[in-house]
Design a protein around this ligand. Structure first.
Ligand code: HEC
Length: 162
C-alpha cells in the first residue's frame, strides 16, 4: 500500500469508529432516560413525597425512586446500609420538581462495564421530554466529586439526609 492509501484507510476507520461511538452514546442516553421513566420504579421509603433538598444539594426539591435491583439492596429502614454497595444494574432516579412540576431526571446507574462509567456508576440528567441535559459521555464529571463525600454508601447521599 502506498501512503495515500494508508492515510485514506485510516480516515475511513476513524470515521467508522466515531460513528459507532456516537451511536452508542445516544443509545446509552436513551436507555437511561427509559430507565428513569419506567413505570415499575419504587419510591424511597415507599412514599410518593416531594423531599426538600439538604446537604448542599444542587438538585432542588425531589422525589426519589429505585428499580427493583436497587430496591432489593435496601435495608428495613429503606436505606442502603453503610459500607454496602448496590448490585450491577441498580438504577436510582431523582425526579427534580420546581413549583410542583417535574423539571428534570437525575440518574445514577450501576454499570461498571460501561465505557461511560465513573466510580462504577453511569451518570445522566434529562429533561422530562428526554432532552439530554448532562450526557453519559461526560462520565460523571462534576457529579462524582460531590457524591464521593459523606458516609460510605456507594456514592449515594440521600440516606444520611432523609
Ligand atoms: C454540589 C454537590 C452535588 C453535585 C455536583 C451533584 N450532586 Fe447529586 N446529590 C447531591 C446531594 C447532597 C444529594 C442528596 C440531596 C438530598 O437528599 O437532599 C444528591 C442526590 C442525588 C441522587 C439521588 C441518589 C443519592 O445520591 O442519594 C442522584 C441520582 C443524583 N444526585 C445524581 C447526580 C448527577 C447525575 C449529578 C451530575 C450531573 C449530580 N448528582 C451532581 C449532591 C450533588
Amino acid at each position: 500500500m502506498n501512503s495515500t492509501k494508508i492515510t485514506f484507510s485510516l480516515c475511513i476507520l476513524t470515521i467508522i469508529s466515531l460513528a459507532v461511538f456516537s451511536c452508542k452514546k445516544k443509545k446509552t442516553n436513551e436507555a437511561l432516560y427509559e430507565d428513569a421513566t419506567s413505570g415499575s420504579l419504587s419510591f424511597y421509603k415507599s412514599k410518593d413525597t416531594i423531599w426538600d433538598p439538604k446537604g448542599g444539594s444542587p438538585h432542588g426539591n425531589f422525589k426519589l425512586k429505585f428499580n427493583q435491583t436497587a430496591f432489593n439492596a435496601l435495608g428495613a429502614d429503606g436505606k442502603l446500609p453503610t459500607g454496602q454497595t448496590f448490585p450491577d444494574g441498580s438504577v436510582i432516579v431523582k425526579e427534580v420538581y420546581s413549583g410542583g412540576s417535574l423539571v428534570l431526571y437525575a440518574i445514577m446507574k450501576k454499570d461498571p462495564k460501561s465505557k461511560f462509567a465513573s466510580n462504577k456508576w453511569v451518570w445522566g440528567e434529562y429533561e422530562p421530554n428526554g432532552k439530554v441535559k448532562f450526557g453519559v459521555d461526560k462520565e460523571g464529571k462534576g457529579c462524582v466529586s460531590c457524591h464521593t463525600g459523606g458516609t460510605n454508601r456507594d456514592l449515594t447521599q440521600s440516606f444520611d439526609l432523609h
